[in-house]
Design a protein around this ligand. Structure first.
Ligand code: B4P
Length: 189
């Protein structure tokens, strides 16, 4: 089973690249950001709670996010593998994911980390705001907060996988196609 963590700062191209990798490798795509947004649209209790954090550029609390992710994995018992997009975002989430997947005998295969310059991240998110309707993309102060939270809380997750020999950095600057090719080269055969 191929289980990939697709990692990187906000706007690095995780969601964009996931859709190509899902097609090529027949994986189930789990984006915690997308799942939260579906709940917000549906007006669920989870959505209402998540929105208050997302609109401020902050992370949704670990206990809620971990429970939600595990429930999503359990709904795909016949999956050939997963792309985890936007999860784990904290070391506590990474540790919980290890325990959960090891119990199933299907550990993470690799973390692919998209490396993109900060000015490019901001430009991509502001550009997406024109069509996405996402309040967290439209406000430069919220974008800066998301990047700051990434640097403080999420970036350390890379060392969690590096110590397991599972980390690969991938240049995330350039065209979508170029980056897809780089990711394909980095995925273990
Ligand atoms: P996410 O939905 O994960 O949002 P994101 O970090 O912006 O990544 P996304 O995948 O959407 O964007 P992409 O880089 O593909 O998270 C949103 C919020 O949800 C978080 O801030 C947090 O509050 C909450 N949350 C989610 N997961 C959580 C967790 N595990 N724990 C706690 N809270 C959590 O694309 C960005 C733009 O760039 C697009 O417009 C795309 O078209 C463009 N783009 C991509 N590649 C490009 C390229 N090569 N060149 C030019 N443009 C490109």
């Amino acid at each position: 089973m191929l289980n990939i963590v697709l990692f990187g700062p906000p706007g690095a191209g995780k969601g964009t690249q996931s859709s190509f990798l899902v097609e090529s490798y027949g994986l189930v795509h789990l984006s915690t950001g997308d799942i939260f947004r579906t709940n917000i649209k549906g007006g669920t209790e989870l959505g209402k709670m998540a929105q208050s954090f997302m609109d401020q550029g902050q992370l949704v609390p670990d206990d809620v996010t971990i429970r939600m992710l595990e429930s999503e994995v359990n709904q795909h018992s016949d999956a050939g593998g997963f792309i985890f997009d936007g999860f784990p975002r904290t070391t506590a989430q990474a540790e919980a994911l290890d325990v959960f997947l090891n119990e199933r005998g299907t550990p993470i295969s690799c973390m692919l980390s998209l490396d993109v310059e900060e000015e490019e991240l901001k430009a991509r998110l502001l550009n997406r705001a024109k069509t996405s309707g996402r309040p967290d993309d439209a406000n430069p102060a919220v974008i800066q907060k998301r990047i700051d939270v990434y640097n403080a809380e999420t970036a350390p997750v890379a060392s969690h996988y590096a110590t397991q020999g599972k980390f690969t950095g991938v240049d995330g600057m350039g065209s979508v196609e170029e980056i897809t090719d780089r990711l394909r080269m980095a995925i273990p055969a």
